[in-house]
Write a protein that binds this ligand. Structure first.
Ligand SMILES: [Zn+2]
Ligand SMILES: [Zn+2]
Length: 265
């Protein structure tokens, strides 16, 4: 595989506005839940603006300005992912005064009794696209896809982003299934890893992530969206142990962490 240095734009980065997931961590804000800001090929977008996302963004030392966002992406409507979706629509459109931006979300987040996106805000955004299994989309020069419905309640989609020759995948909330390693194989793989040990719950565990990265062999794996069992076991130590065991660089994301893609190649 080519060095990422040769394929990534020097200004490309990923900023983790929050690294918490699951009920207790979210409710107590043991880790923040602001989602992930991507800057790829001069295009900015936020994925899963959970509770506190706007505050984390505007107070970030990395100068993240919501009015500079080109798009908002929502993987699914659970509150730890969607808590700030409505205020984020207001923020990127400056309170609805500037008709701009794109929103990508599953249908059940947008329509029906249990929708999470307020109907009046739909007119604020320039373009709304409903995500579907196997869908392909574009934000400026960034192409992305939602290859498969995750094994998780509701309509839930992970993402694969292509910016130039660089491929980044985000494996969001799901129960483990064997196609994951083939479908989400990428240079950089980001995982929602709620649990330490494998279970029948509809979430990935650290053991599942180990299985996936041994087969997919990414250049870098980044762990985020931690539940209590992961936090208690110290994610940074677990990441080091996983690096030692697999020979693949594994990083445990921290709140506010900016990952410069070219520097870390
Ligand atoms: Zn979640
Ligand atoms: Zn979820």
């Amino acid at each position: 595989m080519k060095k990422l240095k040769q394929v990534a734009n020097s200004t490309d980065f990923i900023c983790f506005l929050g690294t918490g997931g699951a009920r207790i961590v979210v409710a107590k804000q043991l880790r923040a839940t602001g989602g992930i800001w991507f800057s790829l090929d001069h295009t900015n977008f936020i994925v899963d603006p959970g509770p506190g996302s706007l505050v984390r963004m505007t107070s970030s030392k990395h100068g993240l300005d919501p009015t500079k966002l080109d798009a908002i992406l929502l993987s699914h409507k659970h509150l730890d992912h969607s808590g700030d979706i409505n205020i984020m629509i207001e923020a990127i459109t400056t309170g609805g005064t500037i008709h701009r931006g794109a929103l990508f979300c599953p249908q059940d987040a947008l329509v029906g009794d249990e929708r999470v996106i307020l109907p009046y805000l739909k007119n604020y955004i320039q373009e709304i696209t409903v995500l579907t299994e196997g869908g392909k989309y574009k934000i400026n020069n960034v192409v992305f896809s939602t290859p498969i419905q995750q094994h998780h309640p509701g309509q839930v989609y992970g993402f694969i982003f292509n910016a130039g020759k660089l491929k980044i995948s985000y494996v969001v909330d799901t129960k483990y299934f064997p196609e994951l390693e083939r479908i989400y194989k990428a240079d950089i793989m980001i995982f929602s890893v709620i649990r330490l040990l494998h279970s029948d719950l509809e979430h990935l565990s650290l053991e599942d992530v180990k299985t996936i990265i041994l087969k997919a062999k990414p250049k870098t794996a980044i762990l985020t969206h931690f539940g209590m069992t992961m936090l208690k076991a110290r994610p940074w130590q677990l990441a080091q142990e996983l690096t030692n065991a697999t020979g693949i660089k594994v990083i445990a994301a921290q709140d506010g962490m900016k990952y410069n893609i070219s520097e870390h190649a």
